[in-house]
Structure formats: structure tokens, C-alpha cells
Design a protein around this ligand. Structure first.
Ligand SMILES: NC(=O)c1ccc[n+]([C@@H]2O[C@H](COP(=O)([O-])OP(=O)(O)OC[C@H]3O[C@@H](n4cnc5c(N)ncnc54)[C@H](OP(=O)(O)O)[C@@H]3O)[C@@H](O)[C@H]2O)c1
Length: 312
């Protein structure tokens, strides 16, 4: 019998029969190329089966390398893992979407994706420069394309059969609603920052009503201190239930109905962050009563990522 309080094998169904997402996801926003390969393999070895990538992280090739080696060594089939990558802001023009998707697949060494996300709702000047700036250092936006135009090209990828589901990231409920209402293929997933200091309750409720998966990034507050990892309520719960603060934060995320992404960079942390099981109800209530409110990643305000390593 499957123990429903053990989150290591828990998966959430995607709408329209587009498969299942393992709730515990490994994020690949890792600055160093060699560390990307080893952390990806360590995550696979620890048991992670959900991998979150992005063309903007500029390491899809290394993630692909880590995955291919890990799958072969562990006798794990491609169908047993769930892989996401994301369309960057400089590729929002509909004619750029398919080439960007294919270039990502090629770098990852895959022939289909489980999920493709529009990384942010901001369109930048189209082209190869991922961070186009004017002479004053300001981002150059593209006002000649709407998010709905880009969404149409994402839907065509699902039609092509090489992408099982599509979704959005770094989006507010107000920005999501018009896409949701007019989409032919509804978004299956939204990926946003979420942790006890930024619970995004309204968006989560919408996702639950409409059968969208809410995928939380920064469940540990990006590891920034002070932050949720050092919160006194989290520390007290961790001591009481015999878990680490990271395990408490990850369990809270799953128990409120979200999937999550975390970025352990060592084998020991990968095992720690994968070994997640349910917390008692009173612990959840205490965490839900935390009053601190803080956003750690400003990407939602401009489309410019706060955490892309220098020089990448
Ligand atoms: N859509 C977007 O715009 C967006 C933005 C950001 C991230 N993401 C995705 O989300 C993924 C998750 O990234 P994240 O930064 O949110 O991950 P996270 O797991 O919340 O934070 C990672 C940080 O937490 C620390 N950490 C990890 N495990 C720990 C543990 N067990 N105990 C103590 N500290 C621990 C790490 O420390 P060390 O540095 O010491 O290892 C690192 O500094 C990314 O890789 C990426 O795939 C998406």
C-alpha cells in the first residue's frame, strides 16, 4: 500500500490527461557547469524524478548530460522522469517559439518535453541577446507581441505532440485570467515564488478550482537569510517533529496542495530535500499563522531575473 504521508512518490495529475507531475521537483538554476552535471545526477540518485530547466539558465546541455548519464546508470526510463523547460523573454514572437523549443530539446538531448513554460509575461526585444538594454541600461521591451500571441504558438507545440503540457511562470492572477479565459489549450501549470512569507493564497485557490498545478519556486526563500529557513516558528516545528527546517518548509508546500522546486547542490542535501513526509495538522496551522510577508525574487516586476549567475 502507498503511504500517502510519504511525499517522495506523490504526483499531481495535469489537466487534459497530460500526465502526472512528481510534487518534489529539482531546480537547475545552478551557476557552475560542472556542478550542474553532478547536482543533476545526485538529484536523480536521491530519487528526484522532476527536473526544472530554462534556456535562460544557459546550462540545458549540462542538465541533459547529467540526466542521460544518470538514467543510463540507474536503468531509469525517460518516461519515468518529468522534464520542464522555459521559453525566454526574447523569444515571445510566435515565429521564434518553435525554434526556441527545438533548440532547448536539442541541448537537453530529449525528443519531447513534459512541460514548456513561458518564463515570464514580459516580452523583450526579439533576438539572441537574452538581456537587451538601451544606452541607459534599461531593458528593451517588445511591444509588438502580446502574451496571447505567444500562447497561441505554445498551443501549437502541444498539437505537434512533442510537448505534453504548457504553462506560465512569474505571473499574477490578473495576468493569468485573460489567458486562461481565451486559451484553446488551458495552462496546465503556473510556476511562481511561494513560501510561508509569500503564500499566494488567492492564486492557489484559483489553481485548485480550475485544476491547474501550482508549482512553487523558492520554497526555502532562495536560501536567503534571514528568511523562512531561520524563522522561529519553522525552527520550533522542526525541533518538535525531528526534521530539518528545509524539510518542514518543503512538507508545508506539498501539504497545502502545491508542487515545488528546490535546488540542493550536494548529494547529502539532495537526500535531505527528497526525504519529505507529512507534518501534523497543528504544525501546519502554526506555519499558516506566520505573519511575515516578503518576496525574494523581483523577476515578476520587470521580467529581469534576480538570480541568473554573472556572465551566463
Ligand atoms: N520561474 C522563475 O522565474 C524561477 C526563479 C527562480 C528559481 N526558479 C526555479 O526554482 C528552482 C528552485 O530554486 P530556489 O532558489 O527557489 O531553491 P531553494 O531550494 O528554495 O533555495 C536554494 C537555496 O537554498 C539552499 N538550500 C537548499 N537546500 C537546503 C537545505 N536542505 N538546508 C539549507 N539550505 C538549503 C541552497 O544553499 P546552497 O547554495 O548552499 O546549496 C540555496 O542557496 C530553481 O533551480 C529554478 O529551477 C524559477
Amino acid at each position: 500500500m502507498i503511504d500517502s504521508s510519504d511525499f517522495r512518490t506523490k504526483r499531481i495529475p495535469l489537466s487534459h490527461g497530460a500526465g502526472h507531475m512528481p510534487v518534489l521537483g529539482f531546480g537547475t538554476l545552478i551557476p557552475d557547469a560542472a556542478a550542474t552535471i553532478s547536482a543533476t545526477r545526485d538529484a536523480l540518485d536521491a530519487g528526484f524524478r522532476h527536473f526544472d530547466c530554462a534556456e535562460r539558465y544557459r546550462n540545458e546541455r549540462e542538465v541533459g548530460e547529467g540526466l542521460q548519464a544518470g538514467l543510463a546508470a540507474g536503468g531509469i526510463a525517460r518516461e519515468d522522469i518529468f522534464v520542464t523547460t522555459k521559453l525566454w523573454n526574447s523569444n515571445h514572437r510566435p515565429e521564434r517559439v518553435k525554434p526556441a523549443f527545438e533548440a532547448s530539446l536539442d541541448r537537453l538531448g530529449l525528443n519531447y518535453l513534459d512541460l514548456y513554460l513561458i518564463h515570464t509575461p514580459f516580452a523583450f526585444q526579439p533576438g539572441d541577446d537574452q538581456d537587451p538594454r538601451d544606452q541607459d541600461g534599461k531593458i528593451v521591451y517588445d511591444h509588438g507581441v502580446t502574451l496571447l500571441d505567444t500562447w497561441g504558438a505554445m498551443e501549437s507545440l502541444v498539437d505537434s505532440g512533442r510537448c505534453r503540457a504548457v504553462g506560465l511562470s512569474d505571473i499574477s492572477l490578473n495576468e493569468l485570467l485573460p489567458i486562461y479565459e481565451s486559451a484553446r489549450i488551458k495552462p496546465a501549470v503556473v510556476q511562481v515564488e511561494a513560501h510561508p512569507y509569500l503564500p499566494e493564497t488567492e492564486l492557489l485557490e484559483f489553481c485548485k478550482q480550475k485544476d491547474l498545478v501550482f508549482l512553487a519556486f523558492a520554497p526555502l526563500g532562495h536560501g536567503i537569510k534571514p528568511g523562512p529557513l531561520e524563522d522561529p516558528v519553522i525552527s520550533a516545528v522542526a525541533a518538535r517533529v525531528g526534521k530539518t527546517p528545509a524539510q518542514v518548509l518543503l512538507a508545508w508546500a506539498v501539504q497545502r496542495g502545491t508542487a515545488l522546486l528546490t535546488t540542493p547542490r550536494t548529494a547529502a542535501r539532495a537526500r535531505e530535500n527528497f526525504n519529505i513526509s507529512a507534518l501534523p495538522e497543528d504544525a501546519l496551522d502554526e506555519i499558516n499563522r506566520i505573519q511575515t510577508r516578503q518576496r525574494f525574487n523581483e523577476v515578476v516586476r520587470t521580467g529581469s531575473p534576480g538570480f541568473i549567475p554573472q556572465g551566463r
